[in-house]
Design a protein around this ligand. Structure first.
Ligand code: PNW
Length: 459
């Protein structure tokens, strides 16, 4: 920890990719425009009691109309890469079937605007806004949804592939499956562990089928983004704690890494598929599809997990099958999400990925923090966010020194936005958004980050 807290000047490798990320439902608004149909997040946010103060993405940051100004802001920050996602219900309002050209027109304009400013677009196919019509047919518990994702991939690469080099199939399938179908904290809000495991497999199958479709359409760089955690035993000398931490490592990391990068589900995870009655969705040949080679693994990192064994405890609804394990509160400062700040989790995670999957280049596709920002005299003095980013960049740099093949870093998020179940109550942006006026104010962290990008490192 000592070495990460240091203040020595650091430089990243030449060609290191710097940027920021967003997601369609969190920023676009324009929920009914140009033929867009409802997604599961429209339904969820309209269901009383689901999202903080009944907030929804109806207007969000109005990015659908303000994308030109937003791209200009990105250019001011010196971003080289901008990661955004496609709203499936804009492009395929019926989920499957015909393409709505007006939906793709928006991304076409956005991509052109980015390229005009010298910013590389990085397109995520699926960042959680599944068309509601598909959820009505079972959503991710239905195998067809995996094929429909591949159809979306084909349509997107057909229209944008001449200008978009880098593609990501899924953002954080753990969240889609376990927050969506096990804990119900996210859309579609179901609480059924069997459905959650079925969703895991169909999401991964969709990933593999989408990789195929992207390659067939000429995509140059294909990736998958996972939310991974450094799962640590509270007491490393206690074998029960070690086993408990490994359960969480299984559910959050190995359940997704192993099929995608090794073509197999780990034994302990297969046992959970069986226990919850979901094993029969795994068909012969599926794992070959899922293990289609990728060029880059995207890592979203926010916090480590500290886990201990306690008889009768569980890690909560989003983690079915964790009897005997529980999360322990870390002795660390926390963000507005109440998430502990510990950059050693990022270096630990990147080094572990480098050791276990040395052939796969890595990119931090999200990292950042929510804080209770205030605008004063046109300025947001978010020293806490600067400290968070500085610490995590030092950790990323330490991992590179330790041998991790880390190709880039994208901050979450470009601007404040709809933070899912927390609505607009949590602000992750480098740029502050006033939701009454839609005024954007770059925070101190934005200016700081621009300087980091400018010198390719920290001073
Ligand atoms: C990620 N968890 O979500 C998403 O990719 C972003 O869209 C989101 O805004 C960002 O992180 C900040 O939350 C997560 O409960 C949501 O472990 C929840 C969890 C992890 C990631």
């Amino acid at each position: 920890q000592e070495q990460l807290a240091g203040t020595a000047a650091l430089r990243f490798p030449a060609g290191f990719r710097w940027g920021a990320a967003t997601a369609s439902y969190q920023i676009e608004g324009a929920a009914t425009e140009d033929g867009r149909m409802p997604s599961i997040w429209d339904t969820f946010s309209r269901t009383p009691g689901r999202v903080f103060e009944g907030h929804s993405g109806d207007v969000a940051c109005d990015h659908y109309h303000r994308y030109r100004d937003d791209v200009a802001l990105m250019a001011q920050l010196g971003l080289g890469t901008y990661r955004f996602s496609l709203a499936w219900p804009r492009i395929k309002p019926d989920g499957s079937g015909p393409v709505n050209p007006r939906g793709l027109d928006f991304y076409d304009r956005l991509v052109d605007e980015l390229l005009t400013h010298g910013i590389d677009p990085m397109v995520t196919l699926y960042h959680w806004d599944l068309p509601q019509v598909l959820e009505d047919r079972g959503g991710w518990t239905n195998r067809d949804t995996a094929h429909y994702l591949a159809d979306l991939a084909a349509a997107a690469v057909d229209r944008l592939g001449d200008r978009v080099a880098t593609w990501t199939t899924l953002n954080e399938p753990w969240c889609s499956a376990f927050l969506g179908y096990a804990s119900g904290d996210h859309a579609p809000g179901r609480q059924d562990p069997k459905a959650a495991f079925e969703a895991v497999h169909h999401l991964m199958l969709g990933h593999g089928l989408a990789v195929r479709a992207l390659r067939a359409g000429g995509a140059r760089e294909v990736s998958l983004t996972l939310n991974l955690t450094d799962s640590r035993p509270a007491n490393p000398a206690d074998p029960h704690d070690v086993a408990a931490a490994r359960q969480i490592d299984g559910l959050q990391n190995r359940l997704f890494l192993e099929p995608a990068l090794r073509g197999r589900y780990p034994q302990d995870m297969l046992a959970l598929f069986e226990r919850f009655g979901a094993a029969d969705v795994i068909r012969p040949g599926d794992l070959d599809v899922i293990a289609a080679p990728i060029d880059l693994l995207g890592v979203n990192y926010y916090q480590p997990a500290l886990v201990r064994a306690r008889i009768g405890a569980t890690c909560g609804l989003p983690n079915p099958g964790t009897e005997g394990a529980e999360f322990v509160r870390q002795n660390a400062p926390v963000t507005a999400m109440d998430w502990p700040v510990d950059p050693t989790g990022l270096s630990g995670l990147l080094l572990r990925l480098a050791a276990d999957y040395p052939e796969t280049p890595l990119m931090v596709t999200e990292n950042g923090a929510a804080y209770a920002d205030v605008v004063e005299d046109g300025r947001v003095a978010d020293a806490d966010r600067v400290a968070y980013l500085d610490g995590h960049l030092r950790a990323a740099h330490a991992a590179i020194e330790g041998g991790a093949d880390l190709r880039g870093y994208l901050a979450w998020s470009l601007m404040d936005n709809f933070e899912w179940g927390y609505g607009y109550g949590k602000r992750f942006g480098l740029v502050h958004v006033d939701y009454d006026t839609q005024r954007r104010v770059p925070k101190d962290s934005a200016h700081w980050y621009a300087a980091v990008i400018g010198r390719n490192g920290l001073d």
